[in-house]
Design a protein around this ligand. Structure first.
Ligand SMILES: *Cc1c(COP(=O)(O)O)cnc(C)c1O
Length: 406
């Protein structure tokens, strides 16, 4: 069950706008869909990709449900440990970070996923006993948008499949213990066939590594952002891939763990972003609904041309009219062009759907605005899990502000 409009309006009344609201039940539903889809796999692990939504309260939920964690920075590693994840349930998959940062992660005891041969050599020389995972780039295009396709030939992610002979020499020379092979082909798998092709490439490569404990297939699972939009048929994928993986384990001679790292799939639909309409502005060409928010709070529409469905919660029965929904930032921060909304009045609350993944996490303080607060709905109860910022928060890292603030 997703939260009703009146519920959301009440939450805005209690906590103010702009506001992110997350539903634990929707995250749990998605987590359980995923585990059910791959139920044929003996050793399934789901590692929530926490960069999508990193609030500790959300991390603790996933911990409670039995998830592991996918992290991409030492800070995410530390937050994961703070949320109670065991180090061995955290995989650290950095890209272009310093070796010093990788050493910090090693000191925390988490699993290390290496995506660069020069790092693999340094790792092997410094930590000959520590098992390691290797991130492979199978060069499969996932979707057509180059901003979110990470498997193609020009991508900075992973070690090219064509460099495996070189990797094997390094592994052999340093006697590395390769415990896992990993791929993550991007955030936009439009086609299960493409994903399965990439899996075949990874499994073929896995035969060159006789001591594996797991194969990590990353993510890229889609959820629909609009009615009729593409979403990954996880049940279908689970059936086909589960069977294929079990066959592979039989060929390989051992039950490997199968790991996925969904971010968007688990949390996108659980989120609502709620903002108030400051002004309705009619120009010769259009009617703008101007919000008490902007690209500083939700940048996906401007950054990726992402579509987020918008509803007017305050006037559900209003006459449908056409609006261009924009923010208050001194940039062209357009949330949606020519959207049909029930008649918008100043003071109305608009809701953005699919605002759980990569929304709050990409928020900034541009124009010296405060970032939104966050609320978690769990067991029917709405709880503030991040307070709204204040001017003090903006100043906290600036030095000698006393002399500046008169
Ligand atoms: C971002 C990321 C994910 C999650 O991607 P989604 O599209 O949100 O599911 C998984 N693995 C790695 C390594 C990532 O960087």
């Amino acid at each position: 069950m997703t939260s009703s409009s009146s519920n959301l309006l009440q939450i805005v009344q209690d906590h103010g706008a702009p506001l992110y609201v997350y539903e634990a039940s929707v995250m749990k539903r998605q987590y359980e869909r995923m585990t059910a889809a791959f139920k044929e796999v003996k050793r399934l692990r789901i590692n929530y990709a926490c960069k999508a939504l990193t609030n500790l309260h959300v991390l603790r939920l996933f911990k409670e449900w039995g998830s592991g964690l996918d992290t991409v920075s030492i800070q995410e590693v530390e937050l994961g440990l703070m949320a109670g994840f065991a180090p061995e349930d955290i995989i650290y998959t950095p890209n272009c970070v310093s070796f010093a940062e990788i050493e910090m992660a090693i000191s925390k005891g988490v699993r290390i996923n290496v995506d660069n041969i020069s790092i693999l050599e340094q790792f092997g020389a410094a930590y000959p006993e520590k098992p390691v995972c290797i991130r492979i780039n199978p060069h499969i295009m996932a979707g057509g948008n180059s901003k979110i396709s990470v498997g193609h030939i020009d991508s900075k992610f992973g070690i090219s499949i064509h460099q495996i002979p070189h990797v094997l020499k390094v592994v052999d020379a340093l006697n590395l213990k390769v415990e896992g092979l990993h791929m993550h082909t991007g955030s936009d798998i439009l086609d299960a066939e493409v994903f399965l092709q990439a899996v075949e490439i990874l499994l073929r490569t896995a035969q060159d590594f006789p001591h594996l404990d797991y194969v990590d297939l990353g993510s890229g699972f889609k959820v629909a952002y609009k009615a009729g939009g593409v979403s990954t048929d996880i049940e279908d994928l689970g059936e086909r891939l589960g069977q294929r993986f079990n066959e592979f384990c039989a060929e390989y001679g051992r039950d490997l763990a199968l790991i996925f790292e969904p971010g968007k799939f688990l949390v996108s639909e659980a989120g609502h972003f709620l903002a108030e309409v400051n002004v309705v502005k009619t120009t010769p060409a259009t009617v703008f609904a101007g919000l008490d928010s902007g690209q500083n709070h939700l940048i996906r529409p401007m950054f990726y041309d992402a579509y987020h469905h918008i509803e007017n919660l305050s006037n559900p029965g209003g006459k449908p009219r056409i609006y261009t929904v924009v923010g208050y930032i001194c940039e062209t921060d357009t949330f949606g062009i020519n959207r049909q909304l029930s008649e918008v009045r100043e003071g109305d609350v608009l809701a953005f759907k699919n605002a759980g993944a990569y929304c709050m996490m990409m928020a900034s303080n541009y124009n010296s605005r405060f970032r939104p607060a966050e609320v978690l709905i769990e067991n029917g109860e709405a709880r503030l899990i991040r307070r709204r910022e204040t001017l003090e928060d903006l100043l906290r890292t600036q030095l000698e502000t006393e002399t500046v603030v008169a």
